[in-house]
Design a protein around this ligand. Structure first.
Ligand code: ZN
Length: 150
C-alpha cells in the first residue's frame, strides 16, 4: 500500500518527466514562429541507459541551429569531458551519466558562441572554417565575426 518514496531526481533524466515534456511540446507545436518571436533553443530530450546518456533529439537541435551535427557534438563532448558518438538514427550516446540540465547548459553555450550573431543577436548565421578558425557571418545584418574557441 505504501508508495515508494520519491527520491529527488530533478538533476537526472526521468522518463516520466520527459514524456510529459514531449506531450507538452506536441501540444504547443503548431509552429507559431512569428517574425518577432524569440528564437528558442530546444531542450534536450533523452534518458539514461545504464551508465550511458542518450540524447534522442540531437539531430533536431543541430538542425534548428543549422549547424553540422558533428561539430556540435564535438563541442558538447569536449565541454562535458565525456566520450560519445552520433547514431545513424540521429540520437547521441554519451559514455557517462550526464544530467539534462548540464547538456542544456552546453547547448545554450554553443548557441551563444557559434550561432547567435554578436552584432544583432539573431540566429540567422552561417559558420565556416577558414584557416582553422571559425568565422560566423550573419545573414540578417552582414556582420562577420571570428569565433573564439580553442
Ligand atoms: Zn547580425
Amino acid at each position: 500500500m505504501t508508495t515508494p518514496s520519491k527520491t529527488k531526481k530533478n538533476d537526472v533524466f526521468d522518463d516520466s518527466v520527459y514524456e510529459t515534456m514531449l506531450d507538452d511540446a506536441f501540444d504547443k507545436l503548431p509552429l507559431k514562429h512569428t517574425e518577432n518571436s524569440r528564437f528558442e533553443i530546444p531542450n534536450v530530450k533523452g534518458h539514461l541507459e545504464g551508465n550511458k546518456t542518450i540524447i534522442s533529439n540531437f539531430l533536431q537541435i543541430a538542425k534548428t541551429f543549422e549547424r553540422d551535427p558533428q561539430q556540435l557534438l564535438k563541442y558538447i563532448l569536449r565541454e562535458l569531458a565525456t566520450p560519445g558518438f552520433l547514431n545513424p538514427n540521429g540520437s547521441v550516446v554519451l559514455g557517462s551519466k550526464v544530467s539534462a540540465s548540464r547538456i542544456n547548459e552546453k547547448i545554450k553555450q554553443y548557441f551563444e558562441l557559434f550561432v547567435k550573431c554578436p552584432e544583432c543577436g539573431k540566429p540567422d548565421t552561417e559558420l565556416k572554417k577558414e584557416r582553422g578558425v571559425y568565422v560566423m557571418s550573419c545573414k540578417a545584418c552582414g556582420a562577420q565575426h571570428t569565433v573564439k574557441y580553442h
